[in-house]
Write a protein that binds this ligand. Sequence first.
Ligand code: S3P
Length: 425
Amino acid sequence: MRIEPAVALVGHVAVPGDKSISHRALLLGAIGEGETRVSGFGRSGDTQATVDAVRALGVEVEDVADDELVVHGVGLRGLSAGGVDCANSGTLMRLIVGILAGQDGEFTLSGDESLSGRPMERVAEPLRRMGGDVETTGGHAPIVVRGSGSLHGIQFEPEVASAQAKSAVLLAGLNADGATTVVERIPTRDHTELMLEAGGVRVRRRANTVTIEPAAALRLGEVIVPGDFSSAAPLLAAAALVPGSDVTIHELGVNPRRTGLLDVLARMGARVSVFNRDRVGREPIASVQVQPGELIATEIRADEVPALVDELPLIALLASHARGETVVNGASELRVKETDRIEAVTDGLQSFGARVHSRDDGWTITGVPTRLRGGRIDARGDHRIAMLGAVAGLSSREGVAIEGADTAAISFPGFYELLESVTRR
Ligand code: S3P
């Protein structure tokens, strides 16, 4: 696919439902009581893997519409033994393993080539400490879980800031004896905690800890999924980069643990406004408007990373246009995402003419306030790299060809069409 340069991006749009929340609604609905109606569901390659996974474990899921489904819960320990193909989804694999540790029977979790290379001991090790029987293959998938009726609560301090590792342990804690506490030096997205609370589970939250008590039952009833901030991010970044742009995204999830990009855009000099603030369930939503400004370099600190982790490739592109030197620190997790995003971004942006250099845990980027030349980028099977290529194409002089552009559908089917709908040439 080729993305030609844009004259401006202008319009009011909405994006599909949040991927993190959609996965959680399915997984918690599956072990809930009765029916959970999920509306605003963000259907994508990843979330469809979760639909298929819970079905494979004996849960009925009714597809009411593309963005609406009903999950018939089987109760906290009611999943049937079986095999689960997690496809490309790290969130599915890491969250479901926490749920399975406390079920009866044997489960095998596998994934595609990319997922099979990603680290899984970060969830397996704490689950074993809880009494779970969780075996990885040299630290990776396939994972075999032999469910155990005798988990016990622990206090867990993950070595890496990861909402997925935190969630796995909290979900196992539902079926454990005693309380389970996760200590977080740097807070990560809290969608699991919010949804557990909504389901009636006792959740205690302090500045750096979250504790859950074992639950007798979980009942969600209805989950309304807000727009996915990470799917909106490419449009917001493009609006900040292309002169004359003005893009507003409505009913967008603005959980503060997800919206670090907005702070970075504002301090780099883009014009950002957030209005129509409201809530769906426990999740905050708003309309977010971005217009360009003269961008200046910034520094991304390690403690900011979880709130913008999936947006870092876009931040590298923004920094390539921002006067001065930008340094991104504390982002070594990018090396174990769907691909090594540090190298994928460096290779792609350098080939467009940007002055980007990889560090172990991020980049240094010398920005020049002019359009990049453009060229060709290989998505490397990573949806976020494909979307980065599209934004780079819009803000380039000569356009960008994306190899493997289809991979955007892992998180955002319809991405290129929506982008095109706001693009003026
Ligand atoms: C996610 C957490 C993040 C994020 C991923 C989704 C989640 O991963 O990068 O896209 O839904 O919990 P880590 O928990 O590994 O940082």
